[in-house]
Design a protein around this ligand. Structure first.
Ligand SMILES: Cc1ncc(COP(=O)(O)O)c(C=O)c1O
Length: 435
């Protein structure tokens, strides 16, 4: 329907009577009680009772034998790298498109990432491109279940088995995500979840490392605290055995995460229901690439990601990225704030400079000399970041039907009137950074 966009002086699509609630929903009484209990006891360390309880209940909820709560998801990812025996100069294959920690966890252990392009539909690591990236130095594939959708783990684990590689699951956005009814964090050799503010399980900050493998567990634990790999019944002698970091979780935030875990099935179901309501209201919206979810790879409701069809930008003669800036501004004016998600991993300065620890380390000392991060090698991921818009506070609980309807109305209005969206740079830029 033709309407004047709010950015051009029209009436905003979201009426003033509709307020979007922020994630997460307030705790209920039992959640608050749990926090009080955690404050009132006197072991607040990483060995506290709520840390142990969180580990036990998360293991039971997700189906993992070994579970270690950590202070952030990136710590759990680093533990996965160490647990899989990845060392200096080894290569880990990962996606070109994710949050930065999916790749920085690799250099934390002096190993080097090798980036692989994604599939346009799912925005996930494209299994068809993995084998070409394997070298004699490759030790592991770090898959990212991005935007709350699990990767094609049949294809990826088959490649890993064929080449004797470990599989680490970055499930930081994927609490409850499924691949063919199997849960994220149970399909690879080990996995990591995040409990940061934005995640389906919000503990403020925090994370969790999971594995079923005793050997991986022992090696992962070696990067925690004093790097102590002796048996648990040996007690602590406060000797520094190797390079360990303080990765344990505090008891109080663990109690907060535990309260979230106990209602996670409910909040996930609610987010998923809202996600699908929004998706069906957006059916047939012109020029909109709707968010991805299929019966084999269903969303856990983490994010509803908007993309504009790159063909529209090409036909209009505007750069896709500038069009996306215009769409974001138009959506904001309608009352629905979406943000750009510009995370092309190899584009980060640390990879472009190949310098993480100073003096070019680890690349200068360990990596094969021909490892190359020049941009243009990941054209699909580049297209994705040129057009990805996301928000988590709009479709998540405690928002309900009325917010979802307003959200859909605003998105439809902008995409149905895309020709009205002002674009700052009308002339296409040269296709720099492209293959
Ligand atoms: C895909 C992915 N991996 C890793 C992380 C790191 O998690 P944390 O912020 O808890 O360290 C995040 C967090 O945003 C993420 O989205």
């Amino acid at each position: 329907m033709s309407q004047t966009l709010a950015i051009n002086g029209g009436q905003p699509a979201v009426p003033e009577s509709i307020a979007f609630h922020k994630w997460p929903p307030p705790l209920d009484e039992s959640g608050e009680q749990l926090i009080l209990e955690a404050v009132r006891q006197n072991n607040h360390s990483g060995g506290g009772p709520h840390v142990r309880q969180l580990e036990e209940e998360f293991g039971a909820w997700n189906g993992n034998r070994h579970v270690i709560a950590t202070c952030y998801g990136g710590a759990a990812l680093h533990m996965g790298i160490a647990g899989c025996d990845v060392g200096a100069g080894d290569e880990v294959i990962t996606t070109a498109l994710s949050w930065t920690t999916s790749a920085t966890c690799i250099i934390h252990h002096m190993a080097v990432p090798v980036f692989v392009d994604v599939d346009w539909e799912s925005m996930l690591l494209d299994p068809a491109r993995i084998e070409a990236a394997i070298t004699e130095r490759t030790r592991a594939i770090l898959v990212v279940h991005y935007w709350g959708v699990a990767c094609d783990m049949d294809a990826i684990t088959a490649i890993a088995r064929k080449h004797g590689l470990r599989v680490i699951e970055d499930a930081c956005q994927a609490h409850g995500s499924l691949f063919k009814d199997r849960k994220a964090g149970t399909m690879g050799d080990c996995g990591a979840f995040s409990f940061n503010q934005n995640k389906n399980l919000c503990g403020g900050e925090g994370g969790i490392f999971v594995t079923d493998d005793d050997e991986i567990l022992a090696k992962a634990k070696a990067v925690m605290s004093f790097s102590d790999m002796r048996p648990a019944d040996a007690g602590r002698d406060y000797h520094q055995y190797g390079l360990g970091f303080k990765y344990g979780h505090g008891n109080l935030p663990a109690a907060f995460a535990l309260a979230g875990l106990r209602r996670l099935n409910m909040t996930n179901a609610w987010a998923i229901e809202n996600w699908h309501q929004l998706d069906s209201l957006l059916a047939d919206t012109p020029h909109l690439v709707r968010s991805f979810s299929t019966p084999d790879q269903p969303t856990n409701g983490y994010a509803y990601v908007l993309r504009a069809d790159p063909k529209y930008a090409a036909n209009r003669g505007v750069p896709l990225s500038d069009l996306t800036d215009g769409i974001a501004a138009a959506l904001r004016a309608e009352g629905t704030p979406f943000s750009r998600a510009k995370w092309l991993l190899p584009a980060h300065g640390v990879f472009q400079a190949k310098n993480a620890f100073g003096k070019g380390a680890p690349w200068a000392h360990y990596a094969r000399p021909d490892i190359d991060y020049s941009l243009g090698q990941w054209p699909v991921a580049q297209d994705c970041i040129d057009t990805c818009l996301w928000g988590i506070n709009l479709h998540r609980p405690p928002n309900r039907s009325e917010q979802i309807e307003a959200l859909a109305t605003a998105i439809r209005k902008v995409f149905e009137n895309l020709d009205q969206v002002p674009v700052a740079n009308p002339e296409p830029r040269p296709q720099e950074n492209r293959a």
